[in-house]
Design a protein around this ligand. Structure first.
Ligand code: SF4
Length: 420
């Protein structure tokens, strides 16, 4: 006998795997043909056909039995909507009359309504495997309820119901023990796992519940099942300037909900401050990122660097300057109940990363928010930010910010400022 397992496989999960393994074990089939469904009136798919097929390839490879075959006819050749009758007629034409379709018992209730002639309910030969009706979260999360599926009462009640529903040509695979997993529930939880790539990479055993390790990896690497409405953790990104914040935005936006925070009273003169702020706002508009503008409290800056004004860049005055900006950013993250913060200062090759990271963590601990110590400048980050500003014609400054750094940014710039 050849068994047909149709379905969306969006994504293929441990329930599908248990069904295939049970049929292999108890029915010793000649083949199991897996037929992913194409266009259906009652279904829309979350990922592309190619991605569903790629996951099915992994699924079949993992079961490692040459009797399992994927038939992609309804994805690649069929036009228009499909129903079970189409699958049956196609399978009979291709694989012969000795075929049996596998369905979950949860389909019994509605089967007689699948087509007007009741072809699926009466003509198709069916093997029912035990599945609970509804896949509600309560059953999913309650091991006690899971244990009760299947039991004799369920089977008996199905038999009574099938008689009432005029379902013909079927048998039950009562020996099978299929975990009650639903694709809908798996899709719902995937975004929670998509934001913790690092943990996944560090621990190769780590998987999304209900999915194999390889399918989990495929989903996370290809960022499947994420939508704009997915809850990403919020992060406050302190902005030192527009060009430098391009890298945090690009590197973090898939995994985090970014809010930029412009706080730079270290920039002088005011005309330069305004020019840099405008460049930053343009980037936020291009990338559609919300932002907050901090105060231009230059007095705060000059008070902090008093007596060390003339120390070189990366020296003592810069330590106070980073410290001021990290502290204010961590404080704001706490006030806004944003659990994470970081700074675009990590993009600049002129900044002392060790110093920045230590401060970031110090204020993170003090204010109860987590500091993300990502060196955005690495892996060509700084060069990419230069490319970005060139491409979008965005102003890029040639000195760090304070009046003392103008000299380090170029003699001519200093003269221009003094004259201006
Ligand atoms: S050189 Fe840059 S980092 Fe250092 S104090 Fe001036 S503005 Fe701040």
């Amino acid at each position: 006998m050849i068994y047909i397992l149709g379905g969306a496989f969006d994504p293929p999960h441990a329930g599908h795997s248990a069904i295939v393994r049970s049929v292999l074990h108890y029915k010793n089939p000649e083949k199991i043909i897996i037929i992913p469904s194409g266009q259906r009136d009652d279904k829309s798919y979350t990922v592309s056909d190619e991605q569903r097929l790629a996951m099915l390839d992994i699924f079949v490879w993992e079961i490692a039995d040459i009797r399992i075959i994927i038939d992609d006819f309804f994805l690649t050749k069929w036009e228009g909507n499909m129903i079970t009758r189409d699958v049956d007629l196609y399978a009979r034409g291709k694989y012969g009359e000795d075929i049996c379709h596998i369905f979950g018992t949860d389909t019994i209730e509605s089967m007689s309504e699948w087509d007007s002639e009741q072809y699926a309910a009466k003509t198709v030969y069916k093997l029912f495997v035990p599945r609970s009706v509804g896949h509600d979260h309560e059953v999913w999360n309650d091991p006690e309820k899971q244990k009760k599926i299947p039991n004799d009462d369920w089977i008996a009640s199905y038999l009574v119901r099938t008689e009432k529903l005029w379902i013909l040509n079927f048998e039950f695979l009562t020996e099978a023990n299929i975990p009650d997993i639903s694709s809908t529930e798996i899709r719902r939880i995937i975004p929670e796992y998509a934001t913790i790539h690092a943990r996944f990479d560090e621990d190769p055993r780590f998987i999304i519940p209900g999915l194999s390790r390889k399918i989990s990896r495929y989903i996370l690497e290809n960022k499947l099942y994420l939508t704009k409405s997915d809850k990403k953790p919020k992060i406050l990104v302190h902005v030192c300037c527009g060009p430098d914040v391009t890298m945090p935005i690009i590197q973090l936006r898939d995994d985090y909900d970014i809010i930029c925070f412009w706080y730079d009273p270290n920039i002088q003169p005011k005309s330069e401050y305004d020019k840099r702020y405008e460049a930053f706002v343009r980037i936020c508009e291009i990338e559609n990122i919300p932002y907050i503008k901090g105060a231009y409290d230059v007095g705060n800056f000059f008070t902090r660097i008093r007596w060390v004004e003339h120390t070189p860049e990366r020296g003592e005055k810069c330590t106070y300057c980073y410290d001021m900006r990290m502290m204010v950013s961590a404080k704001l993250a706490k006030r806004l109940k944003i659990p994470l913060y970081t700074s675009s200062l990590n993009t600049s090759p002129k900044k002392d990363l060790d110093k920045l990271f230590k401060m970031g963590h110090k204020y993170g601990e003090k204010y109860g928010v987590e500091f993300l110590d990502i060196p955005f400048r690495k892996h060509g980050g700084f060069e990419k930010s230069v490319e970005y500003t060139r491409e979008h014609d965005i102003y890029r400054q040639n000195y760090c910010g304070c009046i003392y750094s103008i000299r380090e940014g170029g003699e001519s710039e200093m003269k221009k400022r003094i004259v201006g």
